[in-house]
Ligand binder design. Structure first.
Ligand code: SAM
Length: 303
């Protein structure tokens, strides 16, 4: 991630692009809505002209299930954050926030303090493209951190984070880009920092099988699994953000347990397909399911 010839926001844009595509669907057909995503995607005007169906069709040519996988992940976290806000959490820290606009687009308690953490270059670009007076801006604080090089706790505390308050952390679509050592030390830091508070953590990780035996990460009957797996990895590498870390469920569980967390949920697109796409008549067939990434929720409760 330190390659200076790249803008560092290639993958953040890639995710925002899928959220823009989804937001182009009719209200009764879409799974998430991100009206500001267009500000962060190159070529958004053309994509708007093309409309939802054509964009989804093109994404299916690239990799069936790719668009739905990212949208299911987004919706899963949206629901989790809205529910946590309703339950009265006091702080929300978005780690590797990129062009995530949850702080602006979800219905959250006005008392919820939000911290967005990412590399300074990505945050500068985000701020320059965010419309003035975007909803809830007053509750959002930007905290610049390079996970590979800087201490997260130090930067969070400097930015006004209260280590005694109930907090939700999310790490969406990030663990594949940073070293395992950086993930372990970041989780360890969070755990030490918040030892007197109840903490809930969301993290996504790419299954180690995606590297070792790609077919195992796709639904039965999915075609050209190895080719598609390589295509996905190449797309990230081409924008200077290669996937470098892959995990087994046991490894993630050990990592979290060592930091005092216990896992309450572990879902893939297989689970979320029926939940989110069936109700809008867009359920994916088994042969288009793409289970490369897991969505995990873990809790650390102070007794
Ligand atoms: C695929 S994007 C995901 C962005 C956002 N979570 C989302 O889902 O829209 C990965 C994000 O991780 C951030 N990131 C990658 N390596 C990082 C590092 N070493 N320190 C801080 N942020 C990093 C990138 O800048 C980028 O915003």
């Amino acid at each position: 991630m330190s390659d200076t010839i790249f803008r560092k926001d290639g993958t953040a844009q890639g995710v925002a692009k899928q959220r823009l595509i989804e937001s182009l669907a009719k209200p009764d057909k879409r799974v998430i809505f991100d009206p500001l995503a267009k500000n962060f995607v190159l070529g958004s005007a053309i994509m708007k002209l093309m409309g939802h169906k054509l964009n989804v069709w093109l994404s299916k040519k690239l990799a069936p299930g790719f668009h739905e996988h990212l949208i299911a992940r987004t919706r899963f976290i949206d629901d989790f954050i809205e529910q946590s806000s309703d339950e009265g959490i006091e702080q929300y820290v978005i780690l590797g926030a990129g062009y995530d606009l949850r702080g602006h687009r979800l219905k959250l308690s006005p008392k919820l303090k939000i911290f967005e953490v990412d590399q300074v270059e990505v945050q500068d670009r985000k701020r320059s493209k965010l419309p003035m007076n975007s909803p809830n801006s007053e509750n959002i604080t930007y905290v610049s951190v390079d996970f590979n090089q800087q201490s997260l706790s130090e930067q969070l505390l400097k930015a006004g984070f209260d280590k005694n308050k109930t907090t939700v952390f999310t790490l969406e679509g990030v663990t594949q880009y940073i070293s395992k050592e950086a993930v372990i030390s970041t989780l360890g830091e969070l755990s030490t920092l918040t030892q007197n508070a109840n903490i809930t953590l969301y993290l996504s990780y790419v299954d180690v099988l995606f590297n070792e035996n790609p077919t195992a990460c796709f639904g039965a009957g999915y075609l050209n699994t190895e080719k598609i797996a390589n295509r996905i990895k190449n797309m990230s590498a081409k924008v200077g953000e290669p996937w470098i870390s892959f995990y087994s469920a046991q490894e993630v569980s050990n990592m979290l347990v060592n930091c005092g967390f216990s896992i309450t949920t572990n879902k893939t697109l297989e689970d979320l397909n029926q939940l989110y796409f069936s109700p809008v008549g867009r359920a994916l067939a088994e042969e288009h399911i793409f289970n490369l990434e897991h969505s995990v929720i873990a809790k650390k409760v102070v007794i």
